[in-house]
Design a protein around this ligand. Structure first.
Ligand code: HEC
Length: 169
């Protein structure tokens, strides 16, 4: 699956190139479903202990980014309801504008974060936005439900890859 190649590449980068962190996220097998195989397994309950490496951003950027994230979360629910109603064109628009490459250029927190984040973390964001834009484009060709599920899975895996790999505070 292409997704796994993206993730593997991003995670490899994060392990190799992250000067900010003291620990390599690839080593945290317990807290990070990095491989396709792990992602398909139900996860054990999360421990409250947070061993994710810290990525530094200004408090202002974190606050803006959190607002953007809440916005994405709510768009996510809207997308599922539009897809369930078979409104593919509307869903494509919501996906592109709220989660896709377009979103990256219009949301203030994401724009600021992309200037402050180390390259490896920025890549995780970029891959998630790319997956969303690909799904939005593919919806124009009236794809089968399985292909739509796969597209949504790729976006979700993109959200999760970043959340599982890093903390910002
Ligand atoms: C490039 C990394 C990255 C990606 C990709 C990402 N997030 Fe986040 N997300 C963050 C960071 C950083 C925070 C702030 C964490 C904190 O406040 O400690 C966050 C916080 C959140 C929050 C909590 C907001 C709040 O009010 O505290 C939600 C909800 C969220 N993300 C949803 C999503 C969804 C849904 C996606 C995918 C569509 C996604 N995220 C993709 C980095 C990311």
């Amino acid at each position: 699956m292409r997704l796994n190649i993206y993730l593997a590449a991003a995670l490899l980068l994060s392990g190799l190139a992250n000067a900010e962190t003291t620990m390599q996220p690839m080593m945290h097998q317990d807290s990070m479903p990095a491989t396709g195989q792990a992602m398909q397994q139900p996860m054990a309950p999360m421990s409250a202990e947070d061993s994710r490496p810290l990525v530094k951003m200004t408090p202002e950027t974190i606050a803006l980014l959190r607002a953007d994230m809440r916005h994405m979360m709510s768009a996510y629910a809207t997308i599922f309801s539009q897809l369930a109603d078979g409104k593919h064109e509307e869903a494509a628009k919501t996906i592109e504008e709220n989660l896709g490459m377009t979103a990256m250029k219009t949301h203030p927190g994401m724009m600021k974060a992309s200037q402050e984040l180390p390259e490896n973390v920025r890549m995780l964001g970029m891959n998630m936005h790319k997956s969303a834009s690909e799904l939005a484009a593919s919806l124009k060709n009236n794809p089968k439900p399985a292909a739509i599920f796969t597209g949504m899975q790729q976006i979700s895996a993109g959200c999760s890859a970043c959340h599982m790999a890093y903390r910002v505070r």
